[in-house]
Every structure is written in C-alpha cells, then in structure tokens.
Ligand binder design. Structure first.
Ligand code: DAH
Length: 340
C-alpha cells in the first residue's frame, strides 16, 4: 500500500506539472484528491492494515495530500499568470500608431459675414431682429411705398404664392414689422434669407440680406454716412473709403448706392472693379416720410435712415469668390478653406 501511495504521489505531481489550463488543473484535483479520488481510495483501504501500522500510514497519506495540494496551488498561480500575460499581449496598444484625424467643420462664408456684421452693429448698440420669409404683400411692398401695379415692383422678380402671400424679396419688410410694434428710438439690424427669380454667376434665387434701420429725433444723412463708413472700415480694413451715388428706392428719400474703394487694387483700377476703383456694396437712404406715416410715426418729430446689404456680394468681394453658386453647392473642398 505504501508503494501504491508513492505511485499516486508521483502521478499526481506529474499531472499537475502537465496541466495546461486552470480547468485541466481542476480535473487533476478531482482525479487524485476528490471524494472518489485515487488518494482517498487508498485511505479507505487502510482498514486492511495492521492496527499499529495505521497511524504511520495515515500520516504518510496526509503528507502526500498536503504535498499535492501545494503543487496544485503553485501550478494554479503559474497558469493564472500565463493567462493574464496572454490576455495582455492580445490587447496590446500600439502607441506609435498615428491617431485618427477628426475633420473639423468650418463656418460657412455667408454665416461668417452675417456674424461679423452683427458684431460690428452690436458694438454700435443695434438690436438684432428677424422677420418671416413667407411675407405679406403689404409688408414686402405696400407699406414700403410700393403700391400694387407700381413700376418699382419690376426691380425685384418676386415669387408669389396665391393671394397676398409671397416669398420676401428683401429684408426691408422687417423695418415695418418692427416700427409697427415699437415707438422710436429704433436701432435694428435684420439679417435673413430673401428670394428672387434670378439665376446666374452673381444671382441666386435664394440669397441673404442684412437690413439696418435707425429712427430717432434728429437723425440726418450725416449719421447714415458715418455709420456706413465705420462699417466699411471694420468689414474691409481701415484704409477703406466709401462713396455715395444718388439712386432710387421707393422707401427712402433721398436714396443712395454705396461703393467701397476696391479691396483688390485699393482704388487704382483692376479687373475686379472694372477699372473704376470702386465696388458697389449696398443701397441706403433716409426713410421716406410716407413710410414713417404708414406705421404711425410723426415725420415732423422723428427721422431715420435705412440700408440693405447683400451678404453673398460682401462674401464674394471679401474672399475673392467669382461665382455665387460656389456658396450653395456645399463642396467641402471649397468650404473648408474658410478656417480660423
Ligand atoms: N431692399 C433693397 C433691395 O433689396 C435694399 C435697400 C435699399 C434697403 C435701401 C434699404 C434701403 O433699407 O434704405 O434692393
């Protein structure tokens, strides 16, 4: 029986060393030390021994059991460590691999111009307001001194819905909506989309305008000119000069068109300014007394100036864009140039 116990010991230690996984190791434990395990069986057969031999043999078997236990524990630690190592190797991070580049969006040039313009006029104490794009004939034309069948309607190729509704052809109706609700003083800037049936390299059926309106006691043409001079300098640089040419708008009297000194050649003449040295940027004028009357203001009490700027035109001049359609094609190669 002693020999048998010694054989079991040797076999168990060998199996323990051979176990390649924690699971195999558990099988070894069951095979030798389990309730029906080989060593347990030997212990059960102890009754066949002489009574005086039993304690010695019992002690021997217990020592063997302890030895196998220790070997199992030791091997288990090794196997755990190996498995951990394998897992870490499999998960290994290659920190020399370049990161994936995230593409950053850029601000659309139209949005940039609008934001920049807002900033300039907010500094001068203007309020930013908005109006509807689907507008009533009354606000887009009638209240702006353009009655039905007036030839001035031909200046703008308007999209009409049925009845009184249209897509606003200008941001000027916002003037009326503001003045109807508010007593003077008024100092507002109204950016937004406008629509006209027009399409070529400088015209798009949808484009953006920014409307400005100031009404208060004692507002003069000098205020208008000073305001626009400051705007031109902030938008195109401190060297920029402006020039006002007499013009006509139904809702202003007198009216003017405003040019800035060419931002490409500085005024000496080039292809962009058609050798004139000047670039037209906006329309403006003193609010016609009839417009003031229409909203219930007293033209003997207050006066005002207004202006309307085309945003795409500013963007094209400022960034040297030669086709307005580039602004609406959403070609990322074009748009991503406007960074910073
Ligand atoms: N609404 C005009 C247009 O679309 C631009 C304009 C001119 C607006 C003179 C004004 C202004 O407020 O006073 O052509």
């Amino acid at each position: 029986m002693q020999k048998q116990a010694a054989e079991i010991r040797a076999a168990a230690l060998e199996a323990c060393a051979q176990a390649a996984s924690v699971q195999e190791l558990n099988e070894v434990r069951v095979k030798f030390l389990g309730r029906k395990g080989q060593l347990t069986q030997v212990l059960r057969g102890m009754g066949k021994l002489d009574p005086e031999e039993r304690p010695r043999f019992g002690k021997l078997v217990n020592e063997i059991r302890d030895e196998i236990e220790a070997a199992l524990t030791e091997r288990e630690k090794e196997l755990f460590a190996q498995e951990e190592e394998r897992r870490l190797m499999a998960e290994e991070l290659d920190i020399s691999l370049p990161g994936r580049k995230r593409v950053r969006g850029t601000m659309h040039p139209v949005t940039r111009i609008i934001n920049e313009t807002k900033g300039i006029f907010l500094q001068m104490g203007y309020q930013i307001v908005e109006g509807p794009e689907v507008e009533l004939d009354y606000y887009n034309f009638e209240a702006l001194n353009v009655p039905a069948d007036h030839p001035a309607r031909d200046m703008q190729d308007t999209f009409f819905f049925t009845g009184e509704l249209l897509l606003r052809s200008q941001t000027s109706p916002v003037q009326i909506r503001v003045m109807e609700k508010q007593d003077p003083p008024v100092r507002i800037l109204a950016p937004g989309k406008v629509y006209r049936a027009d399409y070529d390299v400088t015209h798009s059926p949808m484009f953006h305008q920014i409307e400005g309106l100031v009404v208060d006691k004692g507002i003069t043409f000098a205020h208008l000119k000073g305001t626009l001079q400051l705007f031109a300098e902030r938008m195109f640089g401190s060297e920029t000069k402006i020039r006002l040419r007499p013009s006509y708008f139904p809702f202003t009297e007198p009216s003017a068109e405003v040019d800035v000194s060419c931002i490409i050649c500085g005024g000496s003449g080039c292809r962009v300014c058609s050798d004139t040295g000047w670039l037209e940027i906006l329309g403006c004028g003193m609010v016609d007394p009839r417009v003031l009357e229409k909203v219930g203001y007293d033209p003997d009490e207050v006066s005002g100036f207004a202006f309307g700027v085309g945003v795409e035109r500013l963007a094209m001049l400022k960034y040297g864009i030669n086709d307005i359609r580039l602004l609406f094609e959403n070609d990322v190669r074009f748009l991503e140039q406007f960074t910073g």
